[in-house]
Write a protein that binds this ligand. Sequence first.
Ligand SMILES: C[S@@+](CC[C@H](N)C(=O)[O-])C[C@H]1O[C@@H](n2cnc3c(N)ncnc32)[C@H](O)[C@@H]1O
Length: 248
Amino acid sequence: MQLINDHFQNKKQYNIPPAQLVIADIPYNVGKDAYGSSPKWYVDGDNKNGESNLAGKEFFDTDKNFKIPEFFAFCGRFLKPEPKETNAAPCLIVFCAYEQQFELIEQAAKAGFKNYIPLSFYKNYSPQVLKANMRIVGNTEYALLFYRDKLPKFNNNGRMIFNSLPMERDTDTPRIHPTQKPLSLLKYLILLFTDKGDVVVDPCAGSGTTLLAAEQLGRKAYGFEIKKEFCKAFEDNFNREIETELGF
Ligand SMILES: C[S@@+](CC[C@H](N)C(=O)[O-])C[C@H]1O[C@@H](n2cnc3c(N)ncnc32)[C@H](O)[C@@H]1O
């Protein structure tokens, strides 16, 4: 697996084979409101104690000005072209904020991804506890699965797959990124839409857990991440883990 410390827009400089699956968790562009409804805004989670050092801070300094049209212009080029046979087409899964879905659907269609399936992932906890007095708090994450014309390769073994799935808290994987996705969920999606030996690409890789999940399942994994510290943490935690497993 290879996590490249660069913008995915520089794809051409690297020799990445065409992917069966692109998984991207794009920046939600929340900027300085990142902890707005989380107890982390206050010292020890209590507003009587005053604001913590996370008040008014961004999740990461690249969580703003992310351009969705540009993302699709590049992302389509990571994927394999539409194959002749059925049950072989590639697809693109984009984790996003609820409000980003509408622009994503519009821009994806312009880039040739005319079809989509909405996905949602429900947690048994909510990061929005400060909004508890609103009675309804968010425990859902959203994603859209895009494909061109043919339905994606789909390893469902004859079972029906719901478009709303549980998202279990991942307490085993080292925590590198504030919006890190659970390894078990990434593995579930990779198993569903790829076979062993297929290529999986994450253009906004953050911690690199998509790459780790793909590698552990025998897929070829590539990713891009612009922040050096996430790439270093990936090398220290995940690439080393794989090397140890292989006995280096
Ligand atoms: C929402 S986070 C992804 C978190 C990831 N899913 C995880 O489990 O850790 C999005 C990441 O995309 C990175 N990013 C933003 N623009 C990028 C670009 N043009 N090329 C590569 N990475 C980018 C950000 O630095 C950020 O770490």
